[in-house]
Design a protein around this ligand. Structure first.
Ligand code: UT7
Length: 329
């Protein structure tokens, strides 16, 4: 892509609800153990919102932190893109609620749905608007209340998910955290592997959909597991090749946090040391599209990556969808 401008991430922020749900808590609710969950997923605990809290509430907290980090006022934002599979409601968009709560009165706002890969999809859109010169300041938020669509009677899924939000501000390049590339992929033929069946136009809400627990996430774990490894490896390799790099040139892989075994298997296939992958799944579980910006915020605030390092964001999720983005930190 011939960019008129370079697009950079000028601010990062995240927000996690205070309430912690540990593996031991889950083992009191259903037939599971801390040992099984830790060994099979790497998760020790996750954060859960209180009743009445919605995705836009988490998003606003993360956004305020990102805007503050970028030294940008809400009124200076041209566009808000919220990536979420747990919107406040089916419509209007969660990003409109975020726009109102932030007082971002000069911003357009829309939601983008690409499940766990959605944050990188949204980053790609933001980069294009900024790089073309059409917009100066885009706020990108990944925000999820996964606990609201999680079936706490299904031990194969309820152990995985947590709530949280992360946000970034994308503006014309300032020499830091430049978005070098983004790659997006999808395979709708495997849509049924990971989905929430009811509540849309295919299967509207009814007594039957409630009785059959069809408003909760359905996951065919083993198949998704395999696809996640294949596509994460592919989208990292492709990003490296198309930029005349080797995968070992990446100083850090910042993966979507879905299962430690998926991340470790991908690193092994790439022949990279597993220490190069940023991991926080032990503390937050799978927060879907929030996981990458939460990790980016921890990396930035913790000084984990030196300026000038090259990182790659990589995500995979329902759709199926996958995405990657090279960032010059
Ligand atoms: O973010 C989007 C992408 N999402 C993912 O990437 C999720 C990908 N999938 C996974 O992470 C894994 O498939 C799971 C963590 C969901 C499941 O792990 P697994 O190693 O694939 O386990 P499994 O489903 O094959 O189950 C193995 C055994 C079964 O028992 P039997 O049939 O061998 O007797 C399950 O019933 O483990 C049992 N099991 C559990 N046992 C204790 C399943 N869940 C649990 C549990 N506690 N929570």
């Amino acid at each position: 892509m011939d960019n008129e401008y370079k697009a950079s991430i000028t601010g990062v922020g995240s927000f996690l609800p205070e309430k912690v749900l540990t593996n031991d808590d889950l083992s009191k609710m259903l037939d599971t153990t801390d040992e099984w969950i830790t060994k099979r997923t790497g998760i020790k605990e996750r954060r859960i919102v209180e009743n009445g809290v919605a995705a836009s509430d988490l998003a606003v907290e993360a956004s305020l932190r990102a805007l503050d980090d970028a030294n940008v006022l809400p009124t200076e934002v041209d566009l808000i893109i919220a990536s979420t599979i747990t919107p406040d409601c089916l419509f209007p968009s969660t990003s409109c609620y975020i726009q109102e709560k932030l007082g971002a009165r000069n911003a357009g706002a829309f939601d983008l749905l690409a499940a766990c890969a959605g944050f990188v999809y949204a980053l790609s859109v933001a980069r294009s608007f900024v790089a073309s010169g059409a917009m100066k300041t885009v706020l990108v938020v990944g925000t999820e209340c996964m606990s609201k669509i999680t079936d706490y009677t299904d031990r194969s899924t309820c152990i995985l998910f947590g709530d949280g939000a992360g946000a970034v501000v994308v503006q014309q390049g300032n020499g830091r955290r430049e978005i070098i590339t983004t790659y997006l992929g999808s395979d709708g033929s495997q849509a049924e592997l990971l989905m929430l069946p009811a509540g849309g136009s295919r299967l509207p809400a009814s007594h039957e959909t409630v009785d059959s627990r069809s408003h909760y996430i359905k996951l065919r774990g083993k198949e998704v597991f395999k696809q996640a490894i294949i596509n994460m490896v592919d989208v990292i390799t492709r990003a490296a090749t198309e930029n005349n790099m080797r995968v070992e040139d990446f100083d850090m892989i910042i993966p979507h946090q879905s299962n430690i075994r998926i991340i470790e298997a991908a690193m092994e296939k790439l022949k990279l040391p597993k220490e190069k992958a940023y991991i926080n799944i032990d503390r937050y579980g799978n927060t879907s599209s929030a996981s990458i910006p939460i990790a980016m915020d921890e990396i930035e605030k913790g000084g984990v990556l030196k300026p000038g390092s090259t990182a790659i964001l990589v995500a995979f999720g329902g759709g199926l969808t996958w995405s990657s983005s090279i960032i010059k930190w």
